[in-house]
Design a protein around this ligand. Sequence first.
Ligand code: FAD
Length: 481
Amino acid sequence: MSDSQVLEKLSQLLGSKGFTSDPDDLAPWTTDWRGRYHGQAAALLSPATTAEVSEIIKIANAHQLTLVPQGGNSGMVAGATPDKSGASCLLSLRRMNRIEMVDAVSRQVRCEAGVVLQNLHEAVAEKGLRFPLTLGGKGSATVGGLISTNAGGTQVLRHGTMRNLVAGVEAVLPDGSIYDGLVPLKKDNRGYDLKHLLIGAEGTIGIVTRATLQLVPALLDRAVAWVAVDTPQDAYALLLAATNALDSALEGFEILPDVALQHVIKHIPGTRRPVESEKGWHVLIELVRDSDDQVAPASLAENFLGQMLEAGLAKDAVIAASEAQAEAFWKIRDSIAEAERAEGPALQHDISVPVSAMARFIETESPQIEERYPGTTVVAFGHLGDGNIHYHVKAPKGATAEEWYARFAQIISADVYDRVTAYGGSISAEHGIGQAKLAEFERLSDPSRLNALRAIKLALDPNGIMNPGKLVPLASKPAAA
Ligand SMILES: Cc1cc2nc3c(=O)[nH]c(=O)nc-3n(C[C@H](O)[C@H](O)[C@H](O)COP(=O)(O)OP(=O)(O)OC[C@H]3O[C@@H](n4cnc5c(N)ncnc54)[C@H](O)[C@@H]3O)c2cc1C
């Protein structure tokens, strides 16, 4: 069967709502969120049911058609972007966006993979519940994408990553068979855990079609505070003090340098400085209460920050006086990526080292990077409490994006990743490998990890139809041990 006959077959299967090869319809989905990777696709397939996903995959497998799964296309490593050949089809889950059941007793929600995170938040809030994972891309990111990247976000400190919140999954495997693991079993020791294999698999061994997710009680109230500190080490000392004093009330602990705040104020309408201080570092702290027997977060925050100001660790601090102000503080944090994109070219690294070493990493390595690549500025921000920082290196003022990337992207990123590896860290704490980090992943991974990944990929997807060129560096022979 020729390529066009295969596409015709898919078109008949999916109808006009589920199939298009019109270049105008495809255009928004063939470039990654950061606008750095541009691909082409033969068609956009948008199935409405798991059965349709299964039929698509059976056809693709029979005819060696490659598929690129896509949710909201908000991923940061171009994992959902096809290559330039135009031979692959995009497989979008966006039409599968039903929330099937919210169970207030077991505190679980069952939904399809195309549900957008923000819609999930709103739907479960109506039942007095909360899905605790949240992140800046919540208006686009889908449940399937969040599972497939094992997303983190700003509340990991208390609730863990997506892996901790997925109670069950349904997926279509590369041979078209449907794996039904939706029932939320707390204990299940039938060997390899397919659910955990699919979490973080970036669409390379199957399509997540539905999921059962764990919820928590809705918040009764919260206190969101903005604190100015001098250095990352001071922020870390504040984190240790907060962990001791505030225990389970502590839900978020994010840091940012003043330069990140400056970018947000400049580019994001309606944002303003929470505290006067225009140098040093800032910490955003969220304290929560979700049951009546807990102390009110506002008084916890007042006591704690009073002590920190007195001790000289906090230079300035303000507790949001209203929910609107709390949202405004979080908007600053969630807008850093968007503001940076408007400010000019930058190289993004999403890294982790042991929590206790992150402040030292920032303070020691950043000046060295800036000195080695004159004119660059390191903007390190994010989840200090998880030992995970978005470590961005901004181009010198006036640099042209394409020229600067061509000259420096590979060399600077390799330098950053070498330093992370020397600390025993990970070159991908949250966003995955996709195509953006594939070469560095191969260069820096130990052979045992790479060989296991390859073996799993080849066993489950021998025809290589699922998201080729992403996550798994497929060498012709196994890496030497
Ligand atoms: C402003 C902003 C802030 C962000 N902040 C964070 C953050 O703090 N923490 C964090 O972890 N991420 C963050 N992200 C990244 C992004 O939101 C997450 O990676 C998210 O999980 C991607 O979801 P998506 O639906 O857009 O997936 P996509 O980008 O469409 O796809 C991501 C990967 O998953 C695969 N995939 C998608 N759907 C499926 C499916 N149903 N089955 C199998 N594979 C699938 C794709 O092939 C691709 O490899 C941020 C993004 C933005 C834009």
